[in-house]
Design a protein around this ligand. Structure first.
Ligand code: GH3
Ligand code: MG
Ligand code: MG
Ligand code: MG
Length: 298
C-alpha cells in the first residue's frame, strides 16, 4: 500500500465530498485528505510542504488557480500540483502545465481510477524530489545539513536579522585533536565519533535551530533569536554533552574521551554581514584552541 497526503484547494464543497469519496474507494493506495476552500488558506497549507500532492481548482474567486501555482513555485514549493479545470479548455490546461502543474484533470470526468493513477504518480514524484533534496542538502556521514545548505540558511537569516533587528548566533565547534583519534583508533572510529557528536549535539537543539557539518570535524550551529550571551551558554552545554560521556569505540572497553572547542558570534550589533559573522566565530574558535582547547570563546 502506498501512503500519501492530499491537499484539495477548491471553493466547492461538493467537489470536496466527491474527492473524499473517491479517495476512500482507492484500491492500492491510501491518501489522507485535507481540504482548503480559499486561495489564501490553500496557499498557506501548500507552503507547509506537508502534502505529497495537491489538487487545485482553477476558479477560486478573484485570484485563480493559475496564479496560485505561480505564487507557490515562486516561493520554491515543490509539492506536485494536479490542476482541476471545469471545462476542457485546452488553453488553460497548457497554461497550467507551463506554470508548473504536473498534470490536469477535467472536473466531472474524473473516475476514481484516473484520480488514483494521477495521485500515485504525484506521490512517486514527491518521494523522488524529497530524496534529491536530501542528497543536495545533507552531509552523508552525519546526516547534518551540508555546508552549502548552511550557507544558504545563513544568508537568509542574516538578511532577516538585518531587516528586523532580530538576534541570532553561530556556534562554530571543532573536535580537539581529532587527528590523533584517527591515528590511534583508525579512521572508521573517527567517523563514528563524528556521527555520535552530531547526534549528541542534535539532541540539544530546539526545533528552530540548525546544525550543519561545516568542514571535516567542524560543526556549526545556527541559533535563531539567541544573543551572544545566550548562545555562549548553549555552547557550554554542547561541550559538556561531548565531554561528559566517553564514546564507545571497538576494542576500547572504557570508551574514549573526546573534547571540543567552540567559538561564538552573534548578530546584529557590530557585525552586519554573514561573512563577518563567520569570521568572528572562527576567530573566537581560534582563541579557544590557543587558550588550551575544551572551552568556549565569544
Ligand atoms: P585541533 O585540536 O587543533 O582541532 O586538532 P585536530 O587534530 O582536530 O585538527 P586537524 O585540522 O589537524 O585535523 C583534523 C583531522 O580531521 C584531519 C582529518 O583527517 C580528519 N577528518 C576530516 N574529515 C574526516 C572524516 O570525515 N572522518 C574522519 N575519520 N576524519 C576526518
Ligand atoms: Mg471553484
Ligand atoms: Mg580539530
Ligand atoms: Mg578543524
Amino acid at each position: 500500500m502506498q501512503h500519501g497526503k492530499l491537499l484539495l484547494i477548491d471553493d466547492d464543497r461538493l467537489q470536496a465530498q466527491i474527492v473524499r469519496q473517491q479517495l476512500n474507494s482507492f484500491r492500492s493506495s491510501v491518501f489522507e485528505f485535507e481540504w482548503a476552500s480559499t486561495y489564501e488558506e490553500g496557499l498557506e497549507r501548500l507552503l507547509s510542504e506537508e502534502h505529497t500532492a495537491c489538487l487545485l481548482d482553477f476558479q477560486l474567486g478573484p485570484r485563480d488557480g493559475l496564479a496560485l501555482i505561480r505564487e507557490a513555485r515562486e516561493k520554491e514549493c515543490a509539492v506536485p500540483i494536479i490542476f482541476l479545470t471545469a471545462d476542457s479548455s485546452p488553453d488553460i490546461d497548457i497554461e497550467a502545465m507551463n506554470a508548473g502543474a504536473l498534470d490536469y484533470l477535467v472536473k466531472g470526468e474524473i473516475s476514481p481510477a484516473m484520480l488514483e493513477r494521477s495521485l500515485r504518480y504525484a506521490l512517486k514524484l514527491s518521494e523522488t524530489l524529497a530524496e534529491l533534496k536530501r542528497l543536495a542538502t545533507r552531509d552523508a556521514l552525519t546526516g547534518l545539513l551540508n555546508r552549502r545548505e548552511f550557507n544558504r540558511l545563513l544568508a537568509e537569516e542574516s538578511e532577516r536579522s538585518h531587516r528586523f533587528g532580530r538576534p541570532f548566533s553561530l556556534v562554530l565547534l571543532d573536535i580537539d585533536r581529532f587527528k590523533s583519534i584517527n591515528d590511534r583508533y583508525g579512521h572508521p572510529a573517527g567517523d563514528s565519533v563524528l556521527r555520535e557528536t552530531a547526534e549528541r549535539l542534535q539532541g540539544l537543539m530546539r526545533k528552530v535551530d540548525r546544525l550543519a557539518r561545516f568542514g571535516g570535524e567542524e560543526i556549526v550551529a545556527l541559533l535563531v533569536e539567541l544573543d551572544q550571551e545566550q548562545a555562549h551558554d548553549v555552547a557550554e552545554r554542547m561541550l559538556e554533552a561531548i565531554r561528559s560521556t566517553p564514546y564507545a569505540v571497538e576494542g576500547q572497553a572504557a570508551g574514549i574521551s573526546v573534547t571540543t572547542s567552540a567559538g561564538v558570534a552573534a548578530m546584529p550589533g557590530k557585525i552586519s554581514t554573514a561573512k563577518e559573522l563567520l569570521s568572528a566565530a572562527d576567530d573566537a574558535l581560534y582563541r579557544a584552541k590557543r587558550g588550551g582547547r575544551d572551552r568556549v570563546e565569544s
